[in-house]
Design a protein around this ligand. Structure first.
Ligand SMILES: [Zn+2]
Length: 287
């Protein structure tokens, strides 16, 4: 989406920014401040699109605003007016198309103005680790972040803190690729597993980008196309179907309140260690 928006919006001045069928609030904060400002760039950190704005009168050096867009579960950005659930309309100067439409059925998405780098209303962005596709995401830094984590690896990934940009689908796919159970405590991953997970995350995201993402329900590219990565998923949403590697039936469990898909053979459940309530230690027992 960032790649589609960049050539379209960079350099354009915001003419108007309006809520349509939406209740004003933090999810749509300070939109009016965008009016008269120019889009300096179209960036992204994790799942947040970040468009720094330049006010013509301030020149260089002043603190900038950013237009922040987060799709949530069902958000869709398009240059064509949607048939329903339109929340935000932003009009720009320049050649057609001039209008960006934000449709969001379930209203988990956000379109707001925030001071650049200050994301008080957006704790996920404020606490996010390096973007998964940025040079700052290194195996060394990833290993350090996971070593300090007190939760399951799937939960750690979903928090966006060790690395930003890995959602539910791609977390399941990456963990399947490296054969690690999603409930394995993040700090217990061995160094080789951390390096493999680092590589798997980048590979999965790059492959999905090539296919223009994964359309489960609402997701569309800016031009209205569906992402084609759905067909290439190994475990996500494939409960009961054969693992592409070993043929065992894919299982679905819940980790940190998120539906989680895995191969019970390729990703064996971690043996319980200290503090496990579910499986009290028994002498010699391995079952
Ligand atoms: Zn398998």
């Amino acid at each position: 989406m960032r790649r589609e928006l960049e050539p379209w919006l960079t350099g354009r001045v915001v003419r108007s920014a309006e809520l349509v069928d939406a209740v004003p609030g933090p999810k749509y904060a300070r939109l009016a401040r965008a009016v008269g400002q120019r889009v300096a760039a179209v960036g992204r950190h994790g799942k947040f699109l970040l468009l720094p704005l330049e006010a013509p009168e301030t020149g260089g050096g002043a603190a900038r605003d950013e237009l922040v867009i987060h799709l949530g579960m069902t958000g869709v950005v398009s240059a064509e007016p949607p048939v329903s659930h339109l929340r935000v309309v932003i009009r720009f100067d320049g050649p057609e198309p001039q209008t960006l439409y934000f449709r969001d059925v379930r209203r988990f998405g956000r379109v707001l103005i925030a001071p650049e780098g200050v994301y008080d209303g957006l704790p996920t962005l404020q606490q996010a680790g390096p973007d998964a596709l940025a040079p700052a995401f290194t195996p060394e830094g990833f290993a350090r972040a996971l070593a300090h984590s007190g939760v399951a690896i799937k939960t750690a990934l979903m928090s966006q803190r060790p690395v930003a940009g890995v959602g539910n689908i791609y977390a399941d796919e990456a963990l399947w690729r490296i054969g690690v159970h999603p409930e394995r405590p993040a700090r217990l991953l061995r160094r080789g597993q951390v390096e493999a997970l680092h590589g798997a995350i980048v590979d999965v995201l790059m492959a999905s980008l090539e296919a223009q993402g994964t359309t489960l329900h609402d997701y569309r590219t800016v031009n209205g196309a569906v992402g084609a990565y759905l067909e290439r998923l190994a475990v996500y949403g494939r409960t009961g179907r054969p693992c592409p590697r070993c043929g065992a039936a894919i299982a679905r469990i819940v980790v940190g309140a998120r539906g989680t898909h895995l191969c019970p053979v390729c990703q064996p459940r971690p043996r319980s260690r200290r503090g496990s309530r579910a499986a009290p230690r028994r002498a010699g027992g391995r079952s």
